[in-house]
Design a protein around this ligand. Structure first.
Ligand code: GLP
Length: 241
């Protein structure tokens, strides 16, 4: 695991964008694993800016998102489908046919989870997986106690995740309680991982991920076992190391 500590949030985002751009420049038809959450928004804005400026092109990229909420249709304002369309896909001409997310409104979410794994395998796996981290150490929606050998499946979200997600929905009742998420083993199969964590609220989770034992209590700690993982932190997120 390579850990880069940057002096500011802005510098951290620029460094992360450099790594993604280098991957896409090296292979314009690469497969990216994409993440959601507030942390990724400025990164996607930077990538869209560079794409629009002609510095590199996202048009040939295939993508697989980590997760989606069970029960939300693609056009629901709180869905990750909508998030991705607004944050990246619509700004970079990424063909929607190659931009994959689990279907949250699938009639059989379990079958959808298995099918999603098969779609990733059929595409030849993921070249670079982007990751954020939850305050409780989750990656994707692999909450603490998730098996380190887990595959794409349905997870029940913890109270702390429901609380963190509350801001994206109008009422408590609307906050989804389940998600389809790539498993930890699915994530570890990516050829490279890039985790971005910013701000003091991520400091404890970042320390557990980097310096703690490899444990299902901190799912992100599984990345210690992945040789091609880069973690980018700003100074605030690195403050407990
Ligand atoms: C959600 C996503 C994760 C993301 C996390 C952190 O739980 N499923 O992939 O890492 O949010 O979000 P934020 O960047 O808003 O702190």
């Amino acid at each position: 695991m390579k850990v880069l500590i940057l002096p500011s949030k802005e510098a951290a985002i620029l460094r992360a964008a450099d790594i993604v751009a280098a991957q896409v420049r090296a292979r314009s038809d690469c497969t990216l694993g994409l993440a959601t959450g507030g942390t990724m928004l400025p990164l996607y804005a930077e990538l869209a800016k560079r794409h629009q400026a002609g510095e590199f092109s996202m048009t040939g990229v295939t993508s697989f998102n980590l997760d989606e909420y069970v029960g939300l249709a693609a056009d629901h304002p709180g869905s990750y489908h909508r998030y991705m369309a607004e944050a990246l896909f619509d700004l970079t001409d990424m063909p929607i046919m190659r931009a994959h997310l689990p279907r949250g409104d699938a009639i059989d979410p379990k079958a959808e989870a298995m099918d999603y794994e098969a779609r990733i395998a059929k595409a030849g796996g993921i070249d670079l997986q982007l990751l954020g981290i939850g305050q409780n150490g989750h990656i994707g929606f692999n909450e603490p106690t998730s098996s380190l050998g887990s595959r794409t499946r349905i997870k029940t979200l913890t109270d702390s995740t429901l609380e963190a997600n509350r801001r994206y929905f109008d009422t408590d009742e609307e906050v989804p309680k389940y998600a389809i998420t790539m498993g930890i083993a699915t994530i570890l199969e990516a050829r490279a991982c890039l985790l971005l964590a910013l701000g003091e609220s991520k400091a404890e989770a970042a320390a557990a991920m980097i310096e703690g034992p490899v444990s299902a209590m901190c799912p992100a700690s599984a990345l210690q076992m992945h040789a091609q993982t880069t973690v980018i932190l700003d100074e605030a997120a690195a403050s407990r190391l």
